[in-house]
Design a protein around this ligand. Sequence first.
Ligand SMILES: Cc1ncc(C[n+]2csc(CCOP(=O)(O)OP(=O)(O)O)c2C)c(N)n1
Ligand SMILES: [Mg+2]
Length: 454
Amino acid sequence: MRDDSTAGPPRQAASPGRPKKKESGNSSRGRAGGSKSSGKKSSGRSSKNGARRGASANRRSSGSVSKNGKGATSRSKSAGAAAPKAKEADADPQRFRPVQVLGEDGHLVSDATLEETPAMLLDLYRGMVKIRVLDGRMLNLQRQGRIGFYGQSTGQEAAIVGSAAAATKEDWIVPALREMGVAVYRGYPLNLLVTQLAGKAGEVSQGRQMPCHFSWRAGKFVSMSSVIGTQIPHAAGMARGMQIRGEQSAVLGFLGDGATSSSDFHCGLNFAGVWRSPVVFLCQNNQWAISVPFDKQTASDSIAVKADAYGMPGVRVDGNDVLAVYRETHKALGRARSGGGPTLIEALTYRRTGHSSSDDPTRYRSDEEVATWEKRDPVERLRRFLEFEGVLTKGQHDEMEEEMHREISEATQAVEKLEDPAAESLFEDVFADVTAQLEDQRSGYLHYRNSKPS
Ligand SMILES: Cc1ncc(C[n+]2csc(CCOP(=O)(O)OP(=O)(O)O)c2C)c(N)n1
Ligand SMILES: [Mg+2]
């Protein structure tokens, strides 16, 4: 697959909102001119430690995130003998170049300015480190047989935290299956999280839901969906409801690259486009849908371009750049809340670990590919920037990690003392009142259990 991420200047900004016919629906972007993530410090800084603050000049990346986000490790050959793709972007190869603020070297890309306060930057960093630490600890618990299943999001922390930070507490989150970190960022208590993973009593799903599939009403976080794509029309429908009620908030709905092949993708985006509902669809294009690579998922060059078909802006961001994700999602949610309609954002990132604790990714992808993306680590990228800016010291980072390990240990110890949910509770919560048939089954079960020799 072609990598034309260095193919020239970015497009001039397109006006947000409903795109005009025959016009790009792409998001606004910096002025034309090559923006390089050069590996050098960006020039023209005015802040104490170097980064320029001020008006946004987010730029298209000309760094190494390629058209398919895979850079040097493109698996274009895996498309086998497939016919050459019709390249919709050929007409304007700049349209869907990923927006980047922080280059892979941890410095602002040329002409980008720093808008976020040190407190905000630290908040983003803390959110990302928390997911990283949680992932390691929870996978260990799964390997020890203390929880049944876990889905990591290592490598995707910037896409998760950047988008989560852009939503307000009033916005609803409709996750796919890899956005546990969004709930954590919004304050989902760790003890509830571990309770759900361990299937213990005292948490809303009562051990009946698959581990790692949380719902958290107080945090406006709808149940995570492993049924691929079904959450997309839910997000569109919820946004439509909010629109009818005249609410001022929006829906941030997530999907993976794999979900773009589902009929629900068409259904959800189509209706959101028709109604101009206040919803932002954020696709974490992590290059894989279990063992299916992106270039076998779609004949389109990007997911962002699919927004054209639904009459909404499509935006592509470097999903390992937390500031780019934050700014683009913030902009899109603001537009949604103020009546400007939906947006499709494609965040280019990479799932560095298995699809879940049940998967062995070495069966279908190369170590070299994984190593290439490890070099683009989103946490390290922000850390380098913060250290350079004097916002974070090594001591602070270590303290942060220690604090998280301590919180996780405390939550795990507390949860492991909890009871399993009572088996007879299975008959509850199906209907508001237990029906006569279910009551009959419950008493039959209790009779069996009480008469069984122990
Ligand atoms: C309707 C449906 N079809 C197939 C599956 C099996 N399945 C589970 S996860 C997955 C891949 C999802 O990939 P993607 O949408 O890219 O999300 P990611 O796992 O990469 O975050 C598939 C096909 C499913 N859960 N639901
Ligand atoms: Mg995927």
